[in-house]
Write a protein that binds this ligand. Structure first.
Ligand SMILES: NC(=O)c1ccc[n+]([C@@H]2O[C@H](COP(=O)([O-])OP(=O)(O)OC[C@H]3O[C@@H](n4cnc5c(N)ncnc54)[C@H](OP(=O)(O)O)[C@@H]3O)[C@@H](O)[C@H]2O)c1
Length: 310
């Protein structure tokens, strides 16, 4: 496993990060916990030291299961732990909330569920237009002063929004959507992060599994992907065909298709780590070899030309 410094922080993170959104039954159905717990052990065995979760994943469920497992196995200190806040799910209908009081409550709740006394990277899940950045910053500075949070990150923000927050607190990391099919952040956000020395941890690195290339054309998804047009009909079939075309390049590096998709993301110089959504050990052990190298410039561009969603 290879490691990188996350932005300007003192965190040294593995280039593959273990993503916990899969413990969100609303999106992913019921995931078996035993294989999921085994995957955390498997992650450690292959050198992964970085876990990404969010309070909103399963409205506290993902944090609770993660916290219980890390505490029982005494593994908390083996991982750089990143979580997020933004969705207020104290009432039945969740809504964005980054008000001062809510951030303090959200953090206490995350610490309790994660059974830890500090969060290494506390991320704002998305932009909240209703709360002034000064107010968000006041809560974050208090959490840092109290030792409850070490560093701050943001997710799903554009450059203007990062600048708005960046005037009031230090952003150490951006978590954007980035993969072979979703390249919007290449134009502005990734270069901005490079210039500002902000770490980048990509989400949906495998486009929710699509870039694994492992599904047949008639695969029936039992989770929220069943309602996603990318996973249906001709569009789905076309993407699968294009992934097959990448096989010779994958093989020339000794990789399979999901590993190639992860290595493609990691080859971008702005990217610190690629988050992969995990349900079972093979998901994390399967992509670990992707971290140990980079693609040539030529192959990176060739792949980008082959794998398109049009
Ligand atoms: N900040 C945000 O707004 C945001 C949004 C989304 C995700 N995230 C974070 O990013 C993480 C990853 O993103 P994601 O969940 O969208 O999806 P992803 O990593 O693009 O895809 C996950 C799916 O890919 C398949 N998969 C994973 N590893 C594989 C492997 N080695 N070989 C073959 N297939 C593999 C599995 O599909 P099957 O289930 O079909 O086996 C898995 O459920 C999340 O867990 C979360 O931590 C953040």
């Amino acid at each position: 496993m290879h490691y990188r410094q996350l932005g300007d922080t003192d965190l040294i993170v593995s280039r593959i990060c273990f993503g916990c959104w899969q413990l969100s039954p609303r999106f992913w159905g019921d995931v078996d916990l035993e294989p999921w717990r085994a995957a955390i052990r498997a992650a450690l065995d292959c050198g992964v030291n970085f876990i990404d979760t969010a309070d909103a994943y399963g409205d506290g469920y993902a944090e609770t299961e993660l916290g219980n497992f890390l505490a029982t196995e005494k593994l908390r200190d083996r991982f750089v732990l990143a979580t997020k806040f933004y969705w207020n799910f104290e009432t039945e209908d969740r809504y964005p909330d980054t008000s001062y009081d809510y951030i303090l409550r959200a953090c206490e709740a995350s610490l309790r569920r994660l059974k830890t006394d500090h969060i290494d990277l506390y991320q704002i899940h998305a932009w909240d237009p209703l709360t002034r950045p000064e107010e968000v910053a006041a809560a974050l500075h208090r959490l840092k002063k109290e030792g409850k949070v070490r560093w701050f990150g943001v997710s799903n923000l554009n450059v203007e929004q990062m600048r708005a927050y960046g005037r009031y607190f230090e952003i150490s990391c951006l978590q954007p959507l980035y993969n072979l099919l979703d390249r919007q952040v290449e134009a502005e956000e990734l270069p901005y992060c490079q210039t500002e020395r902000i770490g980048v941890i990509t989400y949906s690195t495998l486009a929710r599994g699509l870039l694994s290339g492992k599904y047949s054309r008639d695969h029936v998804f039992q989770d929220s992907r069943a309602n996603n047009p990318r996973f249906q009909g001709e569009r789905f079939a076309r993407i699968l065909d294009r992934l097959e075309e990448t096989r010779p390049i994958a093989e020339s590096y000794g990789l399979d298709i999901p590993q190639l998709a992860v290595r493609w993301v990691l080859t971008h110089p702005a990217v610190t780590s690629a988050i992969v959504g995990v349900k079972e050990p093979s998901h994390i052990t399967g992509v670990a070899p992707a971290a140990d190298g980079e693609l040539s410039q030529k192959d990176w561009h060739t792949l980008a030309g082959i794998v398109r969603d049009t």
